[in-house]
Design a protein around this ligand. Structure first.
Ligand code: OGA
Ligand code: MN
Length: 362
C-alpha cells in the first residue's frame, strides 16, 4: 500500500496574540537552520493567544489533528469544531485539503447554515436548486411524505447515477471546485461514499498512456451519463439538463493551487475529438478502471453527523449501493469552480433540446 502523498508544506499563518512573537523568536534564533513548519507551530502553541503561558509539551486544546488515511488520498480531521474555526485552524484545514484532497470530519453535526458557511470558506456556492436561497440540497431516497422512492422514479434514477465514478458539475460550463457532504440519516448497512485519487492515478500511468492522452479532451454531459444507465431525461428535467452545450475538458488537469497533474475523467465524459466513438469510450472506461482502485481509493462508512469535503478538481467519487427500502439522507453543498481554471468552452450536445451557449451555470 502506498503511504499518503504529502504535498510540500507551507508555513501556517500567524496565530493572533502572543504566539507570533515567540514564533519570530524561534525562527530568528535559528537562522538558516530550516526550521520545519510543524516545529515552529509546536513552539508557537506554547504561548496561547489569550496570553499567559502553557507548560512546554502541552498543546492548545483545539489544535486540530490531521490523520492521513491509508490510501494515496484522504485524512480524518478531529479535535476541531467546523462551525467555530479560528484563522489558524482554518489555515490548517485548507492546507490539509490541498495535501489530501478528501477530508473526513467525524461527528460535526453541522446545521445547514453552518455547512453552507463552511463550504463558503472555500469559495462561492454553486446553486443547484431553483431557489437561490437554497444553498444546501438533500441527496436522499426519501420523499416529502416520508416514504422511499420507487425504482422507476426519475429522481431515484439520478441517485443511482451517483453510483458511477464522477466529478461534480463537469457537465456544466463552470465545473465545481469542491463538494461538502454530510450524513443525516444512514441505512443500517452499506451506502458508503467512495473517492479515488486522480493525482496518484495520473502519476501511476505508464509513459505511453501519458503521451497518448497528453493532447486529448473529452466532452461532459449529464444527458450522456444518465442515458448510459437507461435514464433518458428531457431538457429542463433537473439541474444539469440544460441547453448550454457539453463542455470540452482536457483529460489531464493541472491543479491551480498544488500544480499537480490529475486525470480529469468520470462517467460524464464522452466523445473525445479525434477518436471514433468506440475508441473514445474504451479509452475513457479503461482509464476509470485503472484509476479507481487501491491504493488510490477510500470508502467512508457514514455515521450521522459526519462531514466530508473533497476536491472535485482531482478526485472522482461515487455512492455505494444499499438496501433502497431503507432511508438515506445526505446534505450536499457545492463550491463553485474558479472561472480562471474550471470554465470550459461548450459544443452542441445532441441529447439536449437546443444549443444556447453560455458561460454561466444559471
Ligand atoms: C454527491 C454524490 C454520493 C453519495 O453528493 O455529489 O455524488 O454517496 N454523493 O451520496
Ligand atoms: Mn456527486
Amino acid at each position: 500500500m502506498g503511504g499518503p502523498e504529502m504535498a510540500p508544506h507551507t508555513p501556517h499563518a500567524p496565530r493572533p496574540g502572543g504566539a507570533v512573537a515567540l514564533r519570530e523568536r524561534v525562527m530568528s534564533s535559528q537562522p538558516g537552520e530550516g526550521v520545519a513548519p510543524s516545529i515552529v507551530r509546536d513552539a508557537a502553541v506554547l504561548t496561547p493567544p489569550w496570553g499567559g503561558s502553557m507548560l512546554p509539551g502541552t498543546r492548545d486544546p483545539m489544535e486540530p489533528k490531521v490523520a492521513p488515511i491509508d490510501a494515496t488520498l484522504g485524512a480524518v480531521v478531529t479535535n476541531l469544531d467546523l462551525a467555530r474555526m479560528d484563522a489558524l485552524t482554518w489555515k490548517t484545514v485548507e492546507q490539509a485539503f490541498h495535501d489530501h484532497a478528501v477530508l473526513v470530519f467525524p461527528g460535526q453535526d453541522l446545521s445547514a447554515e453552518a455547512q453552507v458557511a463552511f463550504a463558503n470558506r472555500f469559495g462561492e456556492i454553486e446553486l443547484l436548486a431553483p431557489d437561490p436561497e437554497q444553498k444546501a440540497v438533500p441527496i436522499s431516497n426519501q420523499k416529502p411524505d416520508g416514504s422511499v422512492m420507487e425504482p422507476d422514479e426519475h429522481r431515484f434514477k439520478s441517485l443511482r447515477g451517483n453510483e458511477g465514478w464522477h466529478t461534480d458539475s463537469s457537465y456544466m460550463p463552470l465545473a465545481a471546485k469542491a463538494s461538502v457532504l454530510s450524513a443525516q440519516v444512514v441505512p443500517s448497512a452499506d451506502g458508503e461514499t467512495e473517492w479515488a485519487d486522480m493525482r496518484a492515478a495520473y502519476a501511476a500511468l505508464d509513459e505511453a498512456t501519458r503521451q497518448r492522452i497528453a493532447g486529448l479532451s473529452a466532452h461532459h454531459s449529464l444527458y450522456h451519463s444518465q442515458a448510459k444507465i437507461g435514464h433518458v431525461v428531457q431538457t429542463g428535467g433537473g439541474y444539469g439538463f440544460h441547453t448550454k452545450g457539453a463542455p470540452l475538458r482536457p483529460l489531464v488537469k493541472v491543479h491551480s493551487v498544488t500544480g499537480r497533474p490529475a486525470l480529469y475523467i468520470g462517467r460524464h465524459a464522452y466523445g473525445i475529438p479525434g477518436l471514433d466513438e468506440a475508441e473514445s469510450e474504451k479509452l475513457l472506461s479503461d482509464l476509470i478502471d485503472f484509476a479507481c482502485r487501491p491504493p488510490r481509493t477510500y470508502a467512508h462508512r457514514w455515521q450521522p453527523g459526519d462531514v466530508v469535503i473533497w476536491d472535485n478538481r482531482c478526485v472522482l467519487h461515487r455512492a455505494r449501493p444499499y438496501d433502497y427500502r431503507e432511508v438515506r439522507v445526505m446534505r450536499h453543498t457545492r463550491v463553485a469552480g474558479d472561472p480562471a481554471t474550471e470554465l470550459a468552452p461548450t459544443h452542441r450536445d445532441d441529447r439536449a433540446g437546443a444549443y444556447e451557449p453560455s458561460s454561466s451555470n444559471r
